[in-house]
Each structure stands twice: as structure tokens, then as C-alpha cells.
Design a binder for this molecule. Structure first.
Ligand SMILES: *Cc1c(COP(=O)(O)O)cnc(C)c1O
Length: 460
């Protein structure tokens, strides 16, 4: 296959993509297939000889679409969304065609500079003064970067050279509602799971401030070294929020760095009326939100805002001779802000997204999702035997059957086997719950009403 063939097949792929999206409502959201069946349909080894593109294409059509869970399906209400607005998909096609590796300014001047400007645009759209930052692949990487920076700042940047043996026992604080990426960060950063202090939450799902202050004081008294606090702004399980301003202020008073995890809920903050949920995020050292979840920038795109990028660059940046830019030292090389060296050109899809829909267009979608989620929760509350367990936090709520965990679990299995909608589970206060999030880029009020229709039918 050469570039002329690429022209031909790309056009075919564009037609296929349009047809695929137009036909999504007719497909079950999640495929009904047995584990192993796709792998079993593939040959055991790579071919020795080239195959015609038509044969490869035919196998793609035969095996892949029917073997995928359709994340862009308008009735995908599981997990959190991974919205790919059409304009962002177009930008990805162009970034894909250029196929650059954007590790240094010199390897990608436009990618680097558009990234700097998009971080600024997004900060402005969210009402954050932290107008500098970096686009990572995932919130997990952003949180790991923030935790490594907390560690090094607390150790006076000696962990990087000496390692952690001989260092005091480090402690990080987060609520019991924070995402498992925080657990992963303390494990990978050499801090250790036991040194992530999971502070209890109150009845509103917010970190207990007295418990947080007490834990820090007790740790200091025991000779441990507190390094920072991760603030939960929209927990994954049921959408819990810490009192962001209070936690950030306490961290500041204690001389600790703060990192706000708003991976999902951050997108809603383009609407001023939702910012009350994270008041105080403006004062945090670091904030992460994923435009690839709710906003519409095709996966992957996780933006980390930094009040001062200096400490993170000091922690993660290396500039060996082969990565120097001759004649220019004061240049932004984004690899120095994150864990991997190689990086994709992710800013282009944000540029296309903002311009093709406008902030007002994006706000309108998010506002619809929040109000449709409230309607769906009210409709489910009226279904006999159904109990709303957690009320909507933005567009996320959870429900269960009064009949108990086993009945709820069986209901979820029936819902997902049915295929009209897709929901997933969590555990809340010891109870098995079914999560509902409304947020798919193309969903309509009618799609959302299908949740109550399906639950009513299948819970009888
Ligand atoms: C989804 C999510 C994450 C992890 O996001 P990735 O980008 O997949 O690493 C972290 N925190 C919260 C609150 C999330 O919702």
C-alpha cells in the first residue's frame, strides 16, 4: 500500500465512518459475544506475504464493528463518556496524516504552540487563572506527574538522585471517594499504598476536614513527611465532591501541594453555574480535567493546569545532548512536563472542537445532560421497587432495587443483555448500585427517556 492507495482507502474510510455513526442507534450498545471469540477468528501468526487491502478491509468489517462496545452510541450511559465530537475526529485525521512526534518545540512548533494556546483557552473557559499546563494522554499520567512533583518538592529534589531509601516515610492524603489512579500514583512513585491516607467522607461525600487536619498532625508527630493532598472534584463512583476551597487552603497552610482531580466533572465548569462545585480550584497547584470525557475532544486528551510549572519540570524534565535545541534554551519542550518522551499532537482536536461548536454550543450540551439526568432520576424514582441511592451529581446518579444486591445485579445483567442502553455498576455505602451518567455528545432527550422505559420493563 502506498500513499495513492491511502487516498483511495481514506475516502472509503470517511464514508464508512459516516455510515457507522448514522447507524449506531440500530446497534446494541454492547456486543453480545463470548470472551475469546474474536481472538479465535484471527490466524495464529502474522502473514509472510502482503495481502490485498480489500481482504484486510473485509475482515475489519466482519470482525471489528460487531465486536466493539459502541462508545459513541447515543444511549451509552455507562462509566463516563469518551465523547468524540465530529470536528475533533476530523482534527485527529489531520494529526494522523501529519504523524508527527511532538516531544520538543523543534520537532513540532505548531503542535507545541497550539497546545500552549489551547491550555490557555481552556483555562479561560473553565474560569481558572492557572493558564499554563500540558496535555497528557490520561488523568492517570497527570496525577502521577503531580504526585511525583509533590514527592520531590517535599524531599528537596533528592529523591530523583538518591532514591527513597533513607528518606522519611512520605504521606499523601485523599478522600475515600478518589479514583484508583491516586492509588496507582502512590504505588508507582515509591510512596506505597499504605502511605496514601484515605480520609473519611461525610454524608455529602466531602472529605472530613477535621479528620484531614488530624491525620496530618498525627503523621507529623509520628515523624512522617506529608507531601500533598489530592482533592476529589467529581468522584467516579457516584460523583462526590470535596469542599475544594477548604482542602486547598488547608494544604496551603500546612505547606503541602494540592492537586484537584476533576477528570470527569471539569468539563461542566465551562458553565459558570456549576463552578460553585469546585470553588477554590483557582488556588490549587495543579488541576486535571479530561476533555476526552465529557467535553467532546476525542480520546486521548487530559489537560493538567499548573499554577507554576517549574516544580513539575524540575521533577520530570531531562535534557540530554540529543534533545537540546541548538541556540535556544528558553523554549517549551512539553516532554519535560510529563512522563513519556514521545507525545502526540493532541491540541489540534481542542482547537477544532472549540471553534466548530463554540463554548455556547458545548455548554448547551452539558446543560441538557444535567437536566435530562435529573428527569431520568425522577422517572426511575417512580418505578415500583426502584430506589435512587445517590441523587444526581451533575449528570451522574445511582439506583438500586429495594429487593437487594442480588436482584439489582440481576437487573443490570438483563439491561445490558437487552442492548438498548448500557449501564455499569458500583458499590456505595456497602450497597451494589447501578450508575447512570448522561453525557454522550449526540444523545437526545428521547434517548435518555429510554433508561426509564427499559428499567420499567425489565424490573417487573
Ligand atoms: C476517569 C477518571 C480518572 C482516570 O482517567 P484516565 O484519563 O482514564 O486516566 C481519574 N479520575 C477521575 C475522577 C475519573 O473520572
Amino acid at each position: 500500500m502506498n500513499h495513492e492507495d491511502l487516498r483511495l482507502w481514506s475516502k472509503r474510510a470517511a464514508d464508512w465512518a459516516a455510515d457507522y455513526h448514522a447507524g449506531l442507534r440500530a446497534r446494541p450498545v454492547r456486543p453480545d459475544i463470548a470472551p475469546g471469540s474474536i481472538a479465535a477468528a484471527l490466524p495464529p501468526a502474522a502473514p509472510e506475504e502482503a495481502e490485498p487491502m480489500q481482504a484486510i478491509w473485509d475482515d475489519f468489517e466482519r470482525l471489528v464493528p460487531g465486536g466493539m462496545t459502541h462508545w459513541q452510541h447515543p444511549r451509552f450511559f455507562a462509566y463516563f463518556p469518551a465523547n468524540a465530537a465530529p470536528a475533533s475526529m476530523l482534527a485527529e485525521q489531520l494529526a494522523n496524516a501529519i504523524a508527527a512526534q511532538a516531544m520538543l518545540w523543534q520537532t513540532s512548533p505548531a503542535a507545541t504552540e497550539i497546545e500552549m494556546v489551547m491550555v490557555r483557552w481552556l483555562a479561560g473557559a473553565l474560569g481558572l487563572p492557572q493558564a499554563r499546563g500540558v496535555i497528557h494522554d490520561s488523568a492517570t499520567t497527570a496525577t502521577l506527574s503531580a504526585v511525583l512533583t509533590m514527592r520531590e518538592k517535599a524531599l528537596g529534589w533528592e529523591g530523583l538522585t538518591r532514591g527513597l531509601s533513607g528518606a522519611p516515610r512520605l504521606r499523601l492524603y485523599a478522600s475515600d471517594q478518589t479514583h484508583s489512579s491516586v492509588d496507582k500514583a502512590v504505588r508507582l512513585a515509591g510512596i506505597g499504598q499504605e502511605n496514601l491516607v484515605k480520609v473519611a467522607t461525610d454524608t455529602e461525600g466531602a472529605m472530613d476536614m477535621v479528620a484531614l487536619a488530624g491525620a496530618i498532625a498525627a503523621d507529623r508527630a509520628a515523624g512522617y513527611l506529608p507531601i500533598g493532598v489530592v482533592v476529589c472534584a467529581g468522584g467516579t463512583s457516584v460523583g462526590a465532591f470535596d469542599r475544594v476551597g477548604a482542602v486547598v487552603a488547608l494544604a496551603r497552610r500546612e505547606g503541602l501541594m494540592s492537586h484537584v482531580d476533576a477528570a470527569w466533572a471539569g468539563s461542566a465548569m465551562i458553565c459558570p453555574e456549576f463552578r460553585r462545585l469546585w470553588v477554590g480550584a483557582e488556588a490549587a497547584d495543579s488541576v486535571v480535567m479530561n476533555p476526552h470525557k465529557w467535553l467532546g475532544a476525542q480520546f486521548d486528551c487530559a489537560v493538567q493546569f499548573l499554577a507554576d510549572p517549574g516544580p513539575q519540570i524540575r521533577t520530570l524534565g531531562l535534557r540530554p545532548a540529543y534533545l537540546e535545541t541548538p541556540g535556544v534554551e528558553e523554549i517549551t519542550n512539553f516532554n519535560e512536563w510529563t512522563v513519556p518522551l514521545g507525545r502526540r499532537f493532541r491540541a489540534l482536536k481542542l482547537w477544532f472542537l472549540f471553534r466548530a461548536y463554540g463554548l455556547e454550543g458545548l455548554r448547551a450540551r452539558i446543560r441538557n445532560h444535567v437536566s435530562w439526568a435529573a428527569e431520568a432520576a425522577a422517572a426511575l424514582a417512580a418505578v415500583p421497587g426502584v430506589e435512587i441511592v445517590t441523587a444526581p451529581s451533575l449528570s451522574l446518579f445511582s439506583f438500586a432495587l429495594a429487593a437487594g444486591d442480588a436482584a439489582t445485579e440481576a437487573l443490570l445483567a438483563r439491561i445490558n443483555a437487552d442492548g438498548r442502553i448500557y449501564l455499569t455498576q458500583s458499590r456505595h455505602a456497602g450497597r451494589y448500585v447501578i450508575r447512570v451518567q448522561v453525557g454522550q455528545f449526540d444523545c437526545t432527550a428521547e434517548d435518555v427517556r429510554m433508561i426509564a422505559t427499559v428499567v420499567t420493563e425489565l424490573s417487573r
